[in-house]
Design a protein around this ligand. Structure first.
Ligand code: COI
Length: 354
């Protein structure tokens, strides 16, 4: 780690570590002792600080609350058997962070600030990284507009923060998913590829409706015709159809997922046929009917590799094979875990050691 950032560190006198039940870590509820905060004003990032995790005071007029100038990232730190801690591919998240910032007319954050803020906060709270299979420290960097001004226009001031929390699996069972044919997550020219907070807000009503119908997740389709698959809930959608790994190609409406990229890289190295292209709902349903769809999963940082148990479309439910019997997703999950938890050599340089 390069020590270039001048970070003012104030440690807590009141660690919550001892009271935290590491046997019960549902995603997103528990936060580690410290957080990173920086301010953007007068055209530069400043006031780099690590402070005890806690509430912050803000004007009720800040632009992010009213006009959605706000976005985030998600990545994870893993504890290795020898006690070392690594963060998985933070440089990819740093690059995507700035793509989101650019789309939302927000300032660029230098990659070294992104990486070092994460490395420093994870280092201080390294005892919070769970030492258990399928567990990790979830890292949530985010940026939001702070001008107390109600005119519609890009803010001149921002905050960048990093909070973290220990977590178990996001999904605990194979997913019952529904192909959405009415609501839209993202349209061409929109901001689907950015991790804009508003993308998630807009997904909540359709997701709730799907939950009320008994589904776990939605598969989003294109805004124009609802004929092509885009993403799956808050993860990228991946399929093994007729012996090939197939996933929608990244474009305006699709997030360039780090797990997605990692799975595609591994598959190509294994000599597996890979197709990044438009994926028609019709071919997936046909494959589910004739048995050529042998695997389907969501790929994401929070989701990791989340197997799909069944796919519903226009009121018909199609059941897929038992996820434990699936060759591709089992192999990819095992390989990913071995790399992230340091049980196999990291030949790609994906683990950033803290
Ligand atoms: C992540 O995988 O980090 C995500 O962004 C999903 C999150 C919205 C739960």
């Amino acid at each position: 780690m390069t020590e270039t950032l001048d970070i003012k560190i104030t440690k807590t006198n009141n660690s919550r570590l001892a009271q935290t039940d590491f046997n019960n870590l549902p995603f997103g509820h528990i936060f580690s002792d410290h957080m990173f905060v920086a301010d953007y004003a007068d055209g530069e990032w400043k006031n780099f600080q690590i402070v005890p995790y806690g509430d912050i005071a803000l004007s009720p007029a800040i632009a992010s609350l009213h006009y959605g100038q706000s976005f985030f990232e998600g990545l994870k730190a893993y504890k290795h058997a020898d006690g070392k801690v690594s963060v998985f591919r933070p440089n990819k998240n740093a690059a995507r962070f700035n793509k989101s910032a650019q789309r939302l007319c927000m300032p660029n954050l230098p990659e070294e600030v992104f990486i070092q803020s994460i490395a420093t906060v994870v280092d201080i709270d390294r005892e919070w990284v769970p030492a258990k299979p399928n567990h990790s420290l979830y890292i949530r960097p985010f940026m939001f507009a702070t001008d107390p001004f109600l005119g519609v226009g890009a803010s001149k001031t921002y905050k960048y923060m990093v909070i973290t929390g220990p977590t178990g699996p996001y999904f605990t069972k194979p997913l019952r998913v529904k192909i959405e044919t009415y609501y839209t997550r993202a349209a061409e020219g929109g901001m689907g590829y950015a991790k804009s907070s508003g993308n998630y807000g807009g997904a909540m009503l359709p997701a709730r409706k799907a939950t009320e119908e008994g589904f776990d997740q939605l598969i989003w389709t294109d805004a124009k015709e609802h004929k092509y698959i885009e993403e799956m809930g808050s993860a990228n959608a991946m399929f093994v159809l007729d012996g090939k790994l197939i996933t929608p190609s990244t474009q305006d409406t699709i997030l360039d997922g780090v797990t997605r990229n990692t799975v595609l890289t591994l598959a190509r190295e294994w000599g597996y046929p890979v197709e990044e292209r438009r994926v028609a709902v019709a071919e997936i349903i046909e494959g589910a009917k004739n048995g050529k769809l042998t695997d389907a999963f969501g790929a994401g940082t929070a989701a990791t590799i989340a197997p799909v148990g069944s796919i519903s479309y226009n009121g018909e439910e199609y059941f897929l094979s038992d996820p434990k019997e699936r060759e591709f997703s089992q192999k990819v999950l095992k390989t990913l875990d071995a790399i992230r938890y340091g049980n196999t050599p990291d030949t790609h340089g994906w683990n950033y050691m803290v």
